[in-house]
Design a protein around this ligand. Structure first.
Ligand SMILES: [Zn+2]
Length: 215
């Protein structure tokens, strides 16, 4: 394990290496951020957002929580999405789950997990919505993996329920919402290729917050 002191040593080396390739690196970084991407992912330590995307500081706005949930009464994620859409004007919102997600697996355990119960209930709700498909998958590991994918898709749908997202997409064509899964076994990102336009159209049948009719 990396020692506590080692982290500060690592940090000093990182600063030096950045300055070595660009003398004004930190001056530029301090001016402002203008990322094109908002990434909503799992807190799992094995899924470092900017690293797996190959992005540098300043290129991605990040929100992480257990099992990458977009919950309607979570002021944290609401604030992040609002700020990203209205002030940073991001072009893409990515919800990224990952196989072997402890949060998803915990939600499938038939036991009381205390304070985690209300959070994990969101994943149980995803299971309930897709129960027929999931119950038909006999292999337990494959069933978990599919739940990881369906959870990502449902969270993308939850992003589409935000008034700010709906309004800005209607007026500018952005942000586009994407669903990804990170495969820990090979390090690859899988694009679930969700049809955001179609999702938005469907979601507005019930959750239309734009004040405009659905075309
Ligand atoms: Zn996870």
């Amino acid at each position: 394990m990396t020692s506590y002191e080692q982290i500060f040593e690592n940090n000093r080396k990182w600063v030096e290496s950045r300055k070595h390739s660009d003398q004004n690196y930190f001056e530029r970084l301090a001016v402002e951020q203008k990322p094109d991407y908002l990434y909503i992912g799992c807190s799992d330590s094995r899924v470092p957002a900017s690293e797996i995307m190959g992005l540098q500081p300043g290129e991605v706005f990040v929100h992480r929580n257990i099992a990458n949930l977009v919950n309607s009464i979570d002021m944290n994620v609401i604030s992040v999405i609002s700020y990203a859409v209205e002030y940073l004007e991001v072009k893409h919102i990515v919800v990224c789950g990952h196989y072997n997600c402890g949060g998803v697996q915990a939600a499938m355990q038939p036991k009381d997990l205390g304070v985690l119960n209300p959070w994990l209930r969101n994943i149980r709700d995803v299971y309930r919505i897709h129960r027929e498909e999931l119950d038909s998958i006999k292999d337990e590991k494959k069933r978990y993996n599919r739940l990881v994918e369906l959870n990502v898709t449902e969270q993308c749908i939850n992003v589409a329920k935000y008034a700010g997202v709906q309004k800005r997409f209607l007026s500018t064509g952005y942000p586009v919402v994407h669903g990804w899964v990170f495969d820990l076994h090979n390090g690859l990102l899988i694009d679930l290729n969700i049809d955001f336009k179609e999702i938005l159209k469907n979601i507005r049948q019930i959750y239309n917050l734009t004040g405009k009719p659905i075309d």
